[in-house]
Design a protein. Structure first.
Length: 154
């Protein structure tokens, strides 16, 4: 399966890897696992949509789209590290931080933007464990931040 071709078939484009916004590296490899840093929904050097998800600023759909953008950014970082997304053996874990309005409890629906995209691209290899966490604030007023752990073929 050609993961990049599948991304295009789904109507998306793999972006250039976003640059870190602080003092860290985008991803670390240990053994056959890659751990990404927290990835924001950056397009053309800017956060695509800013604000809290829930009752005041942004909708669940806005967050869903932001989670999808963050996932494409994460995949671009992984591709930069390993050269070919088809070396991904398994998406092991997805963690999503959702910038939430007070009382908002639908974080899992927001993170589905990332989860459903991963399964659409990688099929069974994209099925993963995950955590969806509501937080009071995120860097640059981002609506979501995700991190991935992936297993790669040696």
């Amino acid at each position: 399966m050609d993961a990049e071709k599948r991304i295009e078939e789904l109507g998306f484009k793999l972006p250039s890897p976003p640059q870190p916004i602080a003092s860290y590296i985008p991803a670390v490899t240990t053994g056959n696992l890659i751990f990404t840093s927290g990835i924001l929904p950056i397009e053309n050097g800017q956060i695509k949509t800013k604000g809290k998800i829930g009752y005041e600023e942004l909708s669940i759909e806005d967050g869903y789209v932001a989670a999808r953008i963050s996932t494409l950014n994460a995949l671009s970082i992984i591709k930069d590290k390993i050269g070919d997304l088809d070396r991904i053996e398994k998406i092991v874990k997805l963690t999503g931080y959702i910038n939430s309005s007070l009382g908002f409890t639908d974080q899992p629906k927001v993170l589905n933007g990332a989860s459903e995209l991963l399964v659409s691209i990688f099929a069974d290899r994209g099925k993963h464990a995950r955590v969806a966490v509501g937080v009071s604030d995120l860097p640059m007023n981002s609506p979501v931040e995700i991190e991935l752990i992936v297993e790669v073929k040696q």
